[in-house]
Design a protein around this ligand. Structure first.
Ligand SMILES: Cc1cc2nc3c(=O)[nH]c(=O)nc-3n(C[C@H](O)[C@H](O)[C@H](O)COP(=O)(O)OP(=O)(O)OC[C@H]3O[C@@H](n4cnc5c(N)ncnc54)[C@H](O)[C@@H]3O)c2cc1C
Length: 324
């Protein structure tokens, strides 16, 4: 079975992998000249279905709870399974109760537990929540590794093309993200910073609850940290604004004042593709399927969506439109 996958974001790469693993001959067409520069490249890489359930539907938890295992099996060594720590500044500590009441999969921590888990946060927060079943990865390393693995499996990549000139495929898998203008999508702009400071070490993503400026920090290699992210109803992917940069940077200092001395290595914006209900979709097209609407859960939900897309293509009698 010859399949053309359009788009090399996390949706396209995971779909290509699922299909190639099941024996399809896969070609990936990406309109950009190289990997990255898309929403997936801007992501935090949190695989956090219980934390996300605080504001998302049960389907996000159901579809996302297997994501860490999928990534671990596809890319051994890339997934860190240290859980997620959620804290709140002393005056917003009520936010923790609210957060805890809206989801599950957590246990309460006191000041000493927090210090034990994250010594650099010792003495800063009296209470916190640990979500021990959660995980994270570095999206850029994961995407590059998945690309390399796909090439080694025989998948053909064509960059700087929308795939129009490529022919001979039985099916297409449309993974164009926010560019899929035939879908009823909206964009949710997310801005983030990448910081570097040798003065702080964190072992897991930390979420700082705040009524106006919620923040998460995801640790990366060599004392780099991804700090994110804004949620703005907009398809504008232009550079990070001064306001957003100041809000994000200010929130990092509320987590730990040493972030004030961190170098801002990068500021980027990405546009999350979302449907009205914020749920992902695998929909049947005339000659294939479209995976879209991954919203703020691309790395979390792409494996389940890729499996669903491959199920549909490999079982033609099941080719009905499916929404998560
Ligand atoms: C700041 C930020 C933080 C995030 N953090 C997380 C997180 O921690 N965990 C998580 O799970 N999710 C997170 N997300 C969400 C996640 O990044 C998105 O859900 C996901 O990237 C969407 O993936 P996609 O493949 O659908 O789109 P994209 O990554 O945008 O990929 C679509 C690709 O299609 C290409 N394309 C467009 N048109 C064509 C065409 N005609 N032909 C060929 N190619 C085409 C584009 O160039 C692009 O490369 C975050 C998002 C942002 C912005």
């Amino acid at each position: 079975m010859n399949v053309l996958v359009k788009g090399a974001g996390v949706a396209g790469l995971t779909a290509a992998y699922e299909l190639a693993c099941r024996g399809a001959a896969v070609t990936v067409a990406e309109v950009r000249p190289h990997l990255g520069g898309n929403a997936s490249w801007a992501a935090g890489g949190m695989l956090a279905p219980w934390c996300e359930r605080e504001s998302a539907e049960q389907a996000v938890l159901d579809l996302g709870r297997g994501a860490a295992d999928w990534w671990d099996a596809a890319l051994p060594g890339q997934v860190s399974r240290a859980g997620t720590l959620v804290v709140a500044p002393p005056r917003d500590v009520g936010e923790l109760d609210r957060f805890a009441s809206r989801t599950s999969g957590h246990r309460w921590l006191g000041e000493e537990d927090i210090a034990e888990l994250e010594p650099d946060l010792a003495g800063r927060f009296r209470r916190g929540l640990l979500f021990p079943g959660e995980a994270h990865l570095d999206p850029r390393r994961a995407m590059a590794a998945l690309h390399d693995k796909l090439v080694a499996m025989g998948v053909d990549f064509h960059f700087a093309t929308d795939g129009q000139g490529l022919s001979g495929f039985k099916y297409e898998v449309d993974c164009r993200g926010i560019a899929a203008d035939d879908a009823v999508l909206r964009g949710v702009r997310g801005e983030m910073l990448i910081l570097h400071t040798p003065d702080i070490s964190l072992s897991r993503p930390v979420r700082l609850l705040h009524p106006r400026f919620p923040l998460y920090i995801v640790p990366r290699a060599d004392h780099h940290f991804m700090a994110g992210a804004t949620m703005i109803e907009s398809q504008d992917a232009s550079p990070v604004t001064v306001r957003s940069m100041m809000e994000l940077a200010g929130a990092t200092c509320a987590l730990h004042p040493a972030f004030g001395e961190a170098a801002i290595v990068e500021m980027s914006a990405g546009v999350r593709p979302a449907f009205a209900d914020n749920l992902p979709s695998v929909e049947t097209l005339g000659n294939g399927v479209a995976i879209n609407g991954l919203y703020r859960h691309g790395f979390l939900l792409a494996p389940a969506m890729a499996r669903r897309a491959a199920d549909i293509l490999f079982n033609p009698d099941k080719r009905v439109g499916a929404r998560a």
